[in-house]
Design a protein. Structure first.
Length: 489
């Protein structure tokens, strides 16, 4: 019986004076009703704690020693202790008794173990802080143009109202942090007093005894007018509102993807726009508390800060540049020139004397390289002997068909000749269209023919654009006179 039922029983009995009717309305049998009416006590007061065991404790004899070991080393786990027990007492215990043993260890921890860390509910004040954290978006199963799209989500949250925003990024970089925080502030049009993050390398760096803020992150905070703060190292629960919002947010996104009918998007930009629209729908349900936050915040009065870092580098004799400890190729015409690189979260933009030259997909991590064969093939054709020992040789196979074509050439021709043939094919791909050269090689391979350069070139269809024959339009000069007369009037 519950206390609610007993209270209902007393109320009905006082009103009706009939035990049977009161018991029926309280949802209990008449004998039980009489028992509680006679006792005048609640169910919890009438229950007696059980003082007997339903079965004999199999660990009674060895438990004093186990308890002593737990007292000396409370971090010992029940599984490790049980495995040690099986080894020290062979044949006395069965592996199936591990759950009973673990329950006994858990009971000891609750009754005699050391104090546990507790957490304290925090009072959030309107407009006081924004929490920002990154979460993995791969579990959403999103694809771009039918291809898997590994990515992270930069997720700022206002703890008081749970207002949230999101931007797509590839890593927990400063560029991603800068873009995500600014996007949230400009969406609101206001800024809180504090901005809180964890101790990621985007915001902080290690000074040995503690972590200090990075200069670029401090510049962002100063520009927006917020005061930075971090959680303690290893204490992610201090960013709890943002951390707990990740799961709820992604669960909502999965529901919206089901309603949409497909997780495939035409572009990264289309996907991000869809994400932000999902945020707006959720934020409409938080409007009341959000208005309290907005009223307490300072209006945003600055322009958007550049969301990239600038690096000045020199193109070396290999026609490559080093950016963030990764190697990238650039067109050979830039060799020995100084270039300025804008480092975005997902790409590098290369400028020479203020003029845009090219964009390169940014590599994640360090010690990696991205070599575009189009940048080096013109020199390789003139120096084919460099191909065999080229440091970045694997980057000169832009697809499986190119690798298969090279293997077929190497099997049918002397190695030196095979390399020259392959470089001519690669040169053809750079001069025409890679997809057409790839299709021509596949035709040769399927027919069992060696894809020599002249054969592939003969299969590549070079389409020239047709210039339509359009008649010259008749010029009506009187219309200009009419315009001049209108202006004079």
């Amino acid at each position: 019986m519950t206390e609610k039922q007993v209270l209902k029983l007393r109320e009905e009995y006082a009103r009706q004076g009939r035990v049977g009717v009161a018991a029926l309305r309280a949802g209990m049998c008449e004998n039980t009703a009489r028992k509680y009416l006679r006792a005048g006590r609640m169910p919890g007061e009438m229950e007696k704690p059980r003082t007997w065991r339903t079965r004999e404790d199999p660990f009674q004899e060895v438990w004093p020693g186990i308890a002593a070991r737990l007292a000396d080393a409370p971090e010992l786990e029940g599984k490790a202790l049980f495995e040690d027990l099986l080894e020290r007492h062979p044949g006395e215990y069965e592996p199936g008794q591990i759950r009973t043993f673990q329950r006994k260890v858990r009971e000891w921890r609750a009754q005699e173990g050391p104090p546990k860390e507790i957490f304290f509910a925090q009072v959030h004040r309107a407009g006081e802080a924004m929490q920002t954290d990154f979460t993995c978006g791969n579990e959403l199963g999103v694809t771009i143009g039918g291809e898997a799209f590994p990515h992270l989500l930069c997720h700022p949250v206002l703890p008081y109202s749970n207002w949230e925003w999101v931007t797509v990024c590839r890593s927990e970089s400063m560029a991603a942090m800068k873009r995500g925080v600014q996007a949230a502030c400009f969406e609101m049009g206001r800024v809180p007093v504090w901005h809180q993050t964890d101790n990621s390398t985007a915001a902080t760096h290690d000074l040995g005894a503690k972590r200090a803020f990075n200069p670029e992150y401090l510049a962002l905070m100063e520009h927006l007018g917020m005061t930075p703060r971090t959680i303690a190292v290893g204490k992610k629960e201090q960013n709890g509102d943002c951390e707990s919002s990740h799961g709820v947010f992604k669960r909502r996104l999965r529901q919206h993807l089901l309603l949409r009918g497909s997780p495939d998007f035409a572009s990264r930009e289309a996907y991000e726009q869809w994400l932000q629209e999902a945020c707006r729908k959720a934020n409409r349900l938080r409007e009341t508390r959000l208005q309290e936050e907005l009223a307490a915040m300072r209006p945003l009065s600055v322009r958007r800060m550049a969301e990239y870092a600038v690096v000045d580098v020199r193109v070396n004799r290999y026609s490559t540049i080093q950016v963030k400890r990764n190697t990238y190729s650039v067109p050979s015409r830039l060799r020995d020139e100084n270039v300025r690189v804008r480092v975005h979260d997902d790409r590098l933009e290369v400028y020479h004397q203020g003029k845009y030259q090219l964009a390169i997909e940014r590599l994640l991590g360090e010690g990696k390289h991205r070599i575009d064969y189009r940048h080096v093939i013109w020199s390789l054709v003139r120096k084919p002997g460099a191909f065999a020992q080229y440091r970045y040789r694997e980057d000169l196979f832009p697809g499986l068909s190119f690798r298969q074509a090279y293997d077929a050439l190497a099997s049918a021709l002397p190695l030196r000749r095979a390399e020259m043939e392959y470089l001519q094919i690669l040169h053809l791909a750079a001069a025409t269209a890679e997809s057409e050269v790839m299709a021509a090689m596949e035709i040769c391979l399927e027919a069992g023919e060696v894809p020599r350069a002249d054969l592939v070139k003969g299969l590549v269809v070079t389409q020239r654009p047709e210039v339509p024959d359009l008649p010259a339009p008749a010029v009506e000069l009187g219309a200009y006179d009419a315009l001049l007369e209108m202006e004079a009037a």
